[in-house]
Design a protein around this ligand. Structure first.
Ligand code: GLC
Ligand code: GLC
Length: 841
């Protein structure tokens, strides 16, 4: 058992007390103190993991355009092109033991010791180990028996190649003779087939071996015009391309026979499992260093260009890519370009506050996660297999809210793609596959909140950019050529769909589900395995959602603003009337005395009411209706927030509901299938918490807003990583609630709407910088103890430097370029390049 150490910090902000905490190689705590498994390196924008055995695999993402990789702190994970289901390049096995097994595995055979720079898969005890997860790259630095290694993995900005740069150095005083193996295991492109259709798969695998490049060409002879390849930038001493030969009978990646023997078998895969494994035999003098560059690439040819005249596969593009990245200079340059791009992207919103943990979320990690959720929606993480969901309609719309300021042009493209899967009646497919952008018929439609999220992201885009022209963009329905109408018409159909589908209490019908996928009021399922979201066995046309009502009021108003800008008077009139009616319905039928009701079920019974035995109060309608200001004159938002604090607040944020359901309720659906305290059944479903942060600022509770924000924000709970277990640098979807056995344990990290909404809550409500259609409103809601915060915000090309002085007179005052302003609004002026703002509070 190896003793490593970690630091932990005291509960006081910013004050690190370094105390030695003992853990074993697997990160198990010896002694029972709160602990961390690494630390933030803010200067380099990295999280540095100091033990391979984190409580769960702590991952990072490579790539940001077409090619992506998931990479864990032991280099596990896989790579794909555009679509983790349809174009998977490397293989990953699910439900594996250990969970995270398979990845970018490099082996060093030094005498009888075989070790990996990333600890896995041999698990040979290392003399030192760190994994640095940075923005779009990960570096593993380790050492064993006086050889140090550094393995850098990243995908350059504009090429479809994952680069692995391996540097080894002999720090001993003796000559070292070592064998180095670089490996990859191919996936047969369709990840679902790859892990199920073995009667075919075991016959079709093909490779072409050309010295130090192995091409994976399975199915190229038929309908694929793409292949992948693995290359190392020097002459090799041996190779294998057949998995079974390389690992040997009964062995695995942990103890491959080739490596054990320090040899290679020159195997050529034919069917079974194709891989690429290169061997380099190297002599290192004392102090000598060697660098090897491995490329995992993807190449596509035009159909007519698949083959050369002599009938061989056209590898011109691949070879060009290999040449491009064969030198250290070009690799270093690509890494520098990537860093430069990230610096530029993040510069749009940078702060400096008295709290480091807040700063690192806003300046680095939250924005990084927003980019990741924008890129991948909910498709591929260590909790989303990449074989199930593609891009979600409501998910991607919400992702845009926290991403749009980073690269607005990309948000624009996405809005058009999303709107293109809408149907003519305003309802929409719930998901689409990123490769072909077609709506996913298996999941279908009928999630009645979906259409309103399109209004939310379109208005956020226009506020960010001022680009009203997007509303005139011609966008099809269900991707059908010839059905195109202006995007504005899509928004009109979205709001009309809600307004026209109301139930007995004048509230919007819920359909299959609203935001809560698991509140299935029209599905009465008794068959194991049946999907609660798609089983249609009882459509009551009665079940109603108070949450969608809140959304309609909030985003209906946004729609009306847009309609005014477009001079659509009739639309403004009609939707304003509907907003009014729905607001009244909530006040009359959607209020439970002290909080907003959640819904009415198919039999018109209340859900989320004091009358219920379990599930008396839900978070979602409190957040959404309070943000929409429903019943403000009766102080409903304030009262709802008070109730929520009383019943739902716990150590890790605000729980989704209470008391949790202890029995299966057929009339409520999947929500009652989760054990108490997990997921939708009463965990802290983090996605919903920023709504409460925003609502708290709206009712003037600045202290409470920050208190809640802190509870579920990863950098603030880093020092209890042994309890939280998930990555301390990104949000997770769900933290087990009070009633769960593993109270405080986070799950479903990375791909969650929490990223976007937390950024919106922090940047627009706590810091209070809100884009509007013609400028910025600046209305901060800071903690009392924050004396001064500086925000640098680029908005439509103008750099606003905003100094907020929080301990002034208690009366809001704004000074813009030396001139005192009358209100909290700064009109956008395109003649300026910089604006200096001082806010006195
Ligand atoms: C998941 C889904 C999201 C849904 C939420 C609550 O995060 O991706 O669409 O709103 O769960 O069910
Ligand atoms: C999806 C899944 C469901 C899950 C929900 C929320 O709709 O089908 O099982 O609980 O998302 O995360």
């Amino acid at each position: 058992m190896q003793i490593l150490f970690a630091f932990f910090n005291s509960s006081k902000y910013n004050e690190y007390v370094s105390e030695i905490v003992f853990v074993d190689t697997y990160g198990h705590l010896l002694g029972g103190k709160p602990m961390k498994y690494g630390y933030f390196d803010d200067k380099n924008r990295e999280y540095v993991i100091t033990v391979p055995g984190t409580p769960l695999p702590w991952i990072n993402y490579l790539g940001r355009n077409d090619m992506y990789g998931l990479i864990s702190n032991t280099a596990g994970g896989y790579t794909f092109y555009k679509d983790a289901k349809l174009r998977r390049l490397t293989r990953f096995r699910y439900n594996n033991v250990p969970r995270d097994f398979g990845g970018r595995y490099y082996y060093i055979k030094d005498g009888n010791t075989i070790w990996n720079p990333s600890y896995m898969p041999c698990q040979t005890e290392l003399d030192s180990y760190t994994c640095r997860h940075g923005l779009g790259y990960s570096i593993f630095e380790s050492s064993k028996n006086e050889i140090s290694s550094s393995l850098l993995c990243f995908i350059p900005l504009n090429d479809n190649v994952e680069i692995h740069k391996l540097v080894l150095k002999n720090n001993s005083s003796k000559l070292k003779t070592i064998n180095i193996y670089g490996t990859t295991e191919w996936c047969l492109y369709n990840a679902v087939d790859d892990s199920s259709n073995f009667q075919r798969n075991y016959n079709i695998g093909e490779v072409e071996i050309d010295k130090n490049t192995i091409y994976h060409i399975t199915e190229y002879r038929e309908r694929r015009n793409h292949f992948s390849f693995f290359n190392v930038n020097r002459d090799i001493d041996g190779f294998d391309s057949d998995l079974d030969t390389f690992v040997g009978k009964m062995n695995s990646w942990t103890n491959p026979e080739a490596v054990l023997k320090g040899t290679s078998f020159s195997s050529k895969a034919s069917g079974w499992s194709p891989i690429a494994a290169f061997r380099n035999d190297v002599k290192l003098q004392p102090g000598e260093e060697i660098t090897l560059i491995y490329l995992l690439g993807y190449s596509e040819n035009d159909k007519e260009d698949k083959y050369l005249a002599d009938g061989s596969i056209n590898k011109k593009k691949a070879v060009a890519l290999i040449e491009k990245y064969s030198t250290l200079e070009s690799v270093n340059q690509a890494l520098a370009d990537l860093a430069q791009q990230w610096k530029k992207d993040l510069s749009t919103y940078q702060i400096s506050s008295p709290n480091k943990k807040f700063d690192r979320m806003i300046n680095i990690w939250n924005q990084y996660q927003c980019m990741t959720t924008y890129n991948l929606s909910r498709s591929a993480s260590y909790f989303e297999s990449g074989m199930g969901r593609g891009m979600g309609f409501r998910d991607s719309c919400q992702d845009i809210l926290g991403f749009v300021h980073i690269i607005p042009e990309k948000a624009r493209e996405r809005i058009i793609d999303i709107a293109s899967i809408q149907f003519e009646d305003g309802s929409t497919y719930h998901q689409y596959q990123p490769l072909n952008k077609k709506g996913n018929a298996d999941v279908g439609s009928g999630f009645n909140d979906d259409p309103l999220w399109l209004v939310a992201c379109t208005s956020a885009y226009i506020k960010e950019t001022g680009d009203l022209s997007i509303l005139n963009e011609q966008v099809p329905f269900n991707n059908i050529l010839g059905s195109e109408v202006p995007l504005f018409e899509h928004l009109t159909r979205s709001v009309n769909y809600i307004s026209e589908n109301r139930g007995p209490h004048g509230l919007p019908l819920i359909g299959r589900a609203d935001w809560n996928d698991c509140l299935n009021l029209n599905c009465f399922s008794l068959s194991p395995g049946e999907s609660f979201q798609t089983a249609s066995n009882y459509d009551s046309h009665k079940a109603e959602s108070v949450f969608i009502a809140g959304m309609f009021v909030l985003y209906g108003k946004e729609y009306c603003e847009l309609a005014k800008l477009m001079n659509k008077e009739k639309e403004v009139r009609e939707i304003s009337r509907a907003i009014n009616e729905i607001e009244k319905s909530v006040i009359k039928n959607g209020w439970d005395g002290k909080w907003y009701l959640r819904a009415y079920d198919a039999f018109e019974n209340k859900v989320g009411s004091k009358e219920n035995e379990e599930g008396k109060i839900f978070i979602e309608p409190q957040g959404m209706c309070a943000m929409a200001g429903i019943g403000e004159s009766f102080e409903m938002p304030k009262q709802a927030i008070e109730s929520l604090e009383k019943y739902l607040l716990c150590d890790y944020g605000v729980q989704l509901l209470t008391p949790c359901y202890s029995k299966y309720h057929i009339e409520l659906g999947e929500i009652t299938t989760y054990p108490p305290g997990y997921k939708e059944n009463g965990s802290v479903f983090c996605h919903t918490n920023p709504w409460i942060v925003i609502a708290e600022t709206l009712v003037g509770n600045n202290e409470k807003a920050f208190e809640i924000y802190k509870k579920y924000t990863p950098s603030f709970i880093e020092n209890i990583s042994n309890i939280h277990r998930s990555e301390p640098y990104v949000y997770c979807q769900t933290i087990a609630g009070k009633e769960a056995q593993n109270y405080g344990e986070g799950k479903n990290s990375w791909l969650t709407g929490t990223a976007s909404w937390s950024f919106v809550a922090a940047s627009q409500s706590i810091l209070g910088i809100q884009p509007t259609y013609d400028g910025l409103i600046i209305n901060p809601h800071l903690l009392k103890e924050f004396d001064k915060v500086k925000v640098v915000r680029t908005f439509r090309g103008v750099v606003y430097t905003i100094n907020i002085l929080n301990k002034y007179s208690g009366i809001y005052k704004m000074i813009v370029d030396g001139v005192e302003s009358k209100d909290k609004f700064i009109k956008y002026d395109n003649k300026k390049t910089t604006v200096d703002v001082e806010i006195r509070l």
